[in-house]
Design a binder for this molecule. Sequence first.
Ligand SMILES: [Zn+2]
Length: 342
Amino acid sequence: MVKGLGQLLRGAASRLPARLLRPFGRPVALLFHGVEARIVDARVQTNHHDLAGFSDIVKFLKGNFDVLPLSALKEVLRHPARHRRSIFLMSDDGYANNLTEAAGILADFALPWTLFVSTHHIDSGRRNPAFLARLFFLFAPDEHYVIPHLGPLELGPPASRAQAAARGIARLKALDAARADEAVATMEAVLAEGDLAALLERFRSDAFLTWPQVAALARRGVEIGAHAHFHWPMHGGQTKDYLIRQARLPRARIEAEIGPCRYFAYPFGNTPDIGRAAWQAVRDAGYDYGFTTLSGSLDAGINPWLMPRYGLRFREPRLASLVPALRAGNPRLRAWQRQMRD
Ligand SMILES: [Zn+2]
C-alpha cells in the first residue's frame, strides 16, 4: 500500500534530520497559553510554560523560522510554498502572566504575536471554569458529593485525584454552558467553605489580565483577538443563541476597549469542542479567520474559520523537524472540515 505524504512526514519527523524535512515545510500557527517564572504544581498549572522552557522555544523560533504578524497571513496563504519557514505565534485565554513574563521575552527577540482573550474573564476577573473544576477535584475534602448534571461522586486519596479531575472535566466540557455553569458553581461553593481564597492566591498563574493590561500589550504591538466570551466549548450541544453570543460579544468588547478585532480562536479548539453552528457564527460575526487546535499547516484550501494550530508542549527539543511535519495533519483536518460544511 502506498503511504500518503502525511503519514510519511509524521514518521519522518521523529527520525530524519530537520534539513531533509525542511523542503516539505509550510506556514503554521503555534500556540501557547501562560508563562510562569516557577511552576509550583504541574497538576494545576497545566496551561503554563516555565520561563526557562519558554525562553528556549522562543530563542529557537527566532533563529530558525520567520515569525510573522497575523496581518501577513492573507499574503502568506497566496503562496504557502514560498513560506516554508513562516510561523504565526499565538497565545490563548489572556493570563496576566502574558504581560509580566511572556511579553518581555517575545519583545527581547522582536517576535510578533497574537493574544486571544476570553472577554468575560477579562471583564470579571473570574477564573476559567475548567481551572475551578480542577481545584475542586484536586483539593476538595475527601467526601461524597452530588454535583448537578454530573451526579454523585466520591473524592478519595490524593493519588486518585488527578484521574478524577481529567475524567470530571471531560464530562463537564460535554455539557451545555448553562448546566456546566451550575456544576462549576456547586464545586466553587464547596471550595469556598474551605480555603478557596488561598488556592486562588497560590495559583495566581491563572489570574486573567485586566483591560488596561490588555491595552498595554496592544500598545506594545500585540494583536488582540477573541477567544469567545466565556471560556467554554462551542460544540453542537450549545444553543445557537449561545454560539452567536460567544462569537459576537468578544468582538464587541475588544473593539470597545482596544480596537479592531479580526481574529478568533475557539476555546479548547479540538473536534469535540467546535460544532458546525460555531464556525458559522464566527464567520457571520465578521472575523477574517478562526483558529482551532487541530494540527496542520496553513493553506488557502482550508476553511478560513477552521484554521489549524499546534499547541506547543512545555519542552520542544525537536521543533526543527516537527514544524515541517505538521503538514501531515492536513488530510484529517480536511476530512473533518468536509463533515462540517454548511
Ligand atoms: Zn483557551
